[in-house]
Write a protein that binds this ligand. Structure first.
Ligand code: ARG
Length: 459
């Protein structure tokens, strides 16, 4: 038997391919829980509007509870006529409670229903991603705390620039991820506007109290003020997909650093075996696949965002079936980040940093700025100091000597006031300790930041 919600005016059945094309149950089944939560509230509102009796409401609520349990424990049996999750829930409800199920859809449309379901789902999804982001932040923080004073090369243009601390590098990503967390939370605030009760597009004429629905559904704190906008708005999906895509971009940068740093050429970190894989032909290989996937999957996160924006572009008011295409990209981005962030957190947590290899990659030329700063302290204008140190660097290259091995005469040739004390500059620990401006790489500052993050992330 066909359980279509709309068969009445049709004389021919849906073509097989059309059904395949149209049906969304295979993926929107993920909305089942949200759909049922929304329907329970709707049944309550119907009763309060005097459209069903208290007894009928109880039967509906009880039946919806049973359907909910079937979905939760995997007992729900789908039928080929289950066009979408809304149809499936109503069909099963009818089988369980009989006739009264026919009253549930009073004054409601799948248009306001699906918009409500998606918002509820998106709020939960955003919370999950927020938690996962925090998990990765905590893993990075753990490494930062272990390495507040571990000195490594800092890069610009991927060229050695100035010494930094490894803890400082870790915390840079904690900052990035914090912005991602805020973006996700911010998107939730706009997802909390309730479309239910907007009907198909024009509102409901049966006296269902929309304000009351926000009390019955605690995720919502306001009702949508325009019924047309209520059923046609998918901004909250796009916003979250953007937040997820930007997170993906941040993760790809973290991953790229870790791919580089785990190569033999750098050797700054070693990933745990659990988060690496081998080669089928080269027995010696240990590949950073966890990080390569993290980097690579940013592509689909961006694709899902661009795909949805393209779907929404130019849609006429109000609901259009195009909008069914919001679900798969959203679910895909959610799943991609959920697992990706779990793997990233564990890979970061279990990686071994090598302070020796970091130290070995430092060279004296990275202290050229420190040398110029020293000249500034002697009263030389910085632009001139820059030129003088540049000449010293060139002399080092010509003589094939690291800066610290240049004879004092070379230093005095550019600045006569230089004395033996100049050699004290060639101390990487001293260099980072001096970068003690707020937000700087000095171990003292990094420790302060660690304490701040520990507080923030654990409260
Ligand atoms: N499966 C649809 C979607 O995801 C539900 C809404 C259908 N509404 C309609 N008028 N056909 O958008």
């Amino acid at each position: 038997m066909d359980h279509k919600l709309w068969g009445g005016r049709f004389s021919a059945p849906t073509a097989e391919d059309m059904a395949l094309y149209n049906d969304s149950f295979r993926y929107d089944v993920r909305l089942a829980e949200c759909d049922i939560v929304g329907s329970i509230a709707w049944a309550g509102a119907l009763e309060e509007a005097g459209l069903i009796s208290a007894d009928e409401r109880d039967q509906l609520v009880q039946g919806l509870g049973l359907v909910r349990m079937e979905f939760a424990d995997g007992r729900f049996v789908a039928m080929s006529s289950d066009e979408d999750v809304h149809t499936a829930v109503e069909r099963r409800l009818g089988e369980l409670v009989g006739e009264v199920a026919l009253k549930l859809h009073t004054g409601r449309s799948r248009n306001d229903q699906v918009a409500t379901d998606m918002r509820l789902f998106a709020i939960g999804a955003a919370r999950l991603v927020g938690d996962r982001l925090q998990g990765l932040q905590l893993a990075l923080l753990g490494q930062a705390e272990r390495h507040t004073a571990t000195v490594m090369p800092g890069y610009t243009h991927l060229q050695r620039a100035q010494p930094i601390t490894f803890g400082h590098w870790c915390l840079a990503y904690v900052e990035m991820l914090e912005r991602d967390r805020h973006r996700v939370e911010d998107a939730i605030t706009r997802a909390r506007t309730l479309p239910l009760g907007a009907g198909a597009l024009a509102g409901n004429s049966l006296g269902v109290e929309r304000e009351r629905l926000t009390e019955l559904l605690d995720e919502f704190d306001a009702v949508a003020g325009n019924s047309l906008d209520a059923v046609s708005d998918r901004d909250f999906v796009a916003e979250l997909l953007f937040a997820f895509a930007l997170t993906g971009i941040h993760l790809s940068r973290l991953a790229e650093d870790m791919v580089l740093y785990s190569s033999a050429e750098f050797g700054f970190i070693e990933l745990a075996d659990e988060y690496s894989t081998g080669s089928s032909i080269m027995p010696q290989k240990k590949n950073p696949d966890s990080m390569e996937l993290l980097r690579g999957k940013s592509g689909r996160l961006i694709g899902n965002l661009v795909g949805l924006l393209t779907t929404l572009k130019g849609l006429p008011m109000t609901y259009n079936k195009d909008m069914q295409e919001d679900k798969e990209p959203f679910f895909d981005s959610l799943d991609t980040l959920d697992l990706g962030l779990r793997v990233a957190a564990a890979a970061v947590d279990t990686m071994e940093a090598s302070p020796e290899r970091m130290r070995a990659a430092l060279d004296d030329a990275m202290l050229a700025t420190d040398l110029a700063d020293e000249l500034v302290r002697l009263g030389v204008p910085f632009r001139e100091a820059h030129g003088k140190v540049g000449r010293l660097v060139r002399r080092g290259i010509e003589l094939r000597l690291p800066l610290r091995e240049l004879p004092l005469a070379e230093f005095q040739a550019v600045q006569p006031e230089f004395d033996e004390g100049v050699y004290a500059i060639f101390d990487f620990a001293r260099s980072v300790a001096r970068k003690d401006s707020l937000g700087g790489t000095a171990p003292l500052r990094v420790s302060e930041q660690c304490a701040r993050w520990r507080d923030l992330l654990e409260s």
